[in-house]
Design a protein around this ligand. Structure first.
Ligand SMILES: Cc1cc2nc3c(=O)[nH]c(=O)nc-3n(C[C@H](O)[C@H](O)[C@H](O)COP(=O)(O)OP(=O)(O)OC[C@H]3O[C@@H](n4cnc5c(N)ncnc54)[C@H](O)[C@@H]3O)c2cc1C
Length: 373
């Protein structure tokens, strides 16, 4: 494994560590209804298996990742609330979970501040988990090493050339040969494989962490200890740290990463409206990660000129599962077909696309659209 920076330096290390896969495009409802050629229940079964796969790996790594359970999806509008409520029965049947809807009055059990005033209610997702990402990454890297994987950090791949029976990988630390290549460079994809760069954009998301504050204040924000996720098109997340001493916030906020101070201010401004008590709290840590955006908003796994790739999958669980599936395709020497991976027109105008994405996603938020999680 070759990593340009240190392991986990990309979006994975920047994430808020929520382990829950979006059911994008599949929806909830009749388990036997055929969606994209398969019964809905099979898509959801895959989703559940993907989540369990990552949890099993974390468990096998033997690392304490500060694993915590439970998430609350906050519904900004009554329509959004009703929409989520309409999925509960199906969720519980498909995931063997015990999700429940809470109305605005009941939200006070989950979150303090003005959350109960600002939201129509929320969905408690009992099978969601969250971890401390840096610990998860260290654990998984340790597990990989124990299985014989050599991880070359601070080594950038600058090109991949096909050779008889395999590939020559060109890096800034020297070249190596490989029988198979799997590229998973996410929102950091550059020119090493121009085909993939033309089809991927990196969109920034931001995370910030507060200074240490009294545990009672943290508990007053996340009252049940579950992670709070605003169910809008763009994801805003709020969670306690494992030691219960800090609040961690995440969101998309800007179309191009600003300075750390600007990032803190933007995210802080958003959350202060929900939790006025955060007004005087200092946010001492701020970081940015680039999330891969594809033209159709879907993850793409496939092969181009023999090079396997998986890019644009949404979230930690989906990305881990995409890696598992690609590893299997190498073991079984399967060809992976992906005929729908369209290039971004004017790919070099990256800033323009980032602004356009921020604008359209903002508009979707305004009209109350949300992603199905
Ligand atoms: C602030 C933030 C919060 C998030 N919160 C959540 C969350 O709570 N839950 C969730 O499920 N998802 C979350 N996400 C999204 C999630 O992090 C991503 O979907 C996922 O981690 C992407 O994983 P990946 O392996 O595809 O890419 P990455 O983790 O970005 O990995 C790509 C790696 O490729 C390396 N690389 C790039 N080019 C080269 C090269 N030429 N040579 C060698 N190495 C190279 C990069 O250095 C990078 O480390 C969040 C994202 C951000 C930014």
């Amino acid at each position: 494994m070759i990593e340009a920076n240190h392991i986990g330096a990309g979006a994975t290390g920047a994430s808020l560590g929520v382990l829950s896969t979006p059911a994008a495009g599949i929806g909830f409802g009749d388990p036997d209804e055929v969606i994209h050629g398969r019964p809905r229940k099979l898509w959801h079964r895959d989703r559940l298996a993907a989540q369990r796969f990552l949890l099993r790996l974390i468990d096998e790594s033997g690392t304490d990742c500060e694993l915590q359970q439970g998430a609350v999806l906050l519904a900004p509008t009554t329509q959004n609330f009703e929409h989520l409520a309409g999925t509960v029965e199906s969720r519980n049947a498909l995931y063997e979970s015990s999700d429940v809807m809470l109305n605005a009055d009941e939200l006070g059990q989950e979150a303090g501040g003005r959350v109960a005033e600002k939201f129509a209610g929320g969905l408690v997702m009992s099978d969601a988990h969250f971890v401390q990402p840096a610990r998860m990454i260290a654990g998984l890297a340790g597990l990989a090493r124990s299985l014989g994987v050599l991880i070359c950090e601070r080594t950038e791949v600058v090109g991949v050339q096909a050779r008889k029976g395999g590939f020559r990988i060109l890096t800034n630390g020297g070249d190596v040969s490989a029988g198979n290549v799997f590229v998973a460079t996410g929102g950091y994809t550059r020119d090493a494989v121009p085909y993939l760069r033309a089809r991927t954009l990196g969109l920034p998301s931001i995370g910030i962490a507060s200074e240490e504050i009294p545990e009672e204040e943290v508990r007053d924000i996340c009252r049940s200890g579950r992670v709070l996720i605003v169910n809008r098109f763009r994801t805003y997340t709020c969670r306690p740290t494992g030691d219960g001493r800090r609040i961690v916030l995440g969101g998309p906020v800007s179309e191009v990463p600003g300075t750390p101070f600007e990032n803190v201010r933007r995210l802080h401004d958003y959350f202060v409206r929900l939790f006025p008590d955060l007004t005087g709290v200092e946010f001492t840590h701020s970081w940015v990660g680039m999330v891969a955006a594809t033209r159709d908003g879907a993850g793409h796994s496939g092969m181009h000129n023999g090079i396997r790739y998986s890019l644009g999958a949404s979230g930690l669980v989906s990305c881990a599962d995409a890696g598992r599936r690609m590893a299997q395709s190498i073991l079984h020497d399967d060809t992976v077909v992906d005929s729908q991976f369209r290039r971004w027109p004017m790919r070099d105008s990256e800033h323009l696309w980032c602004r356009a994405a921020a604008f359209t996603d903002g508009l979707r938020d305004l009209v109350g659209k949300s992603r199905l999680r």
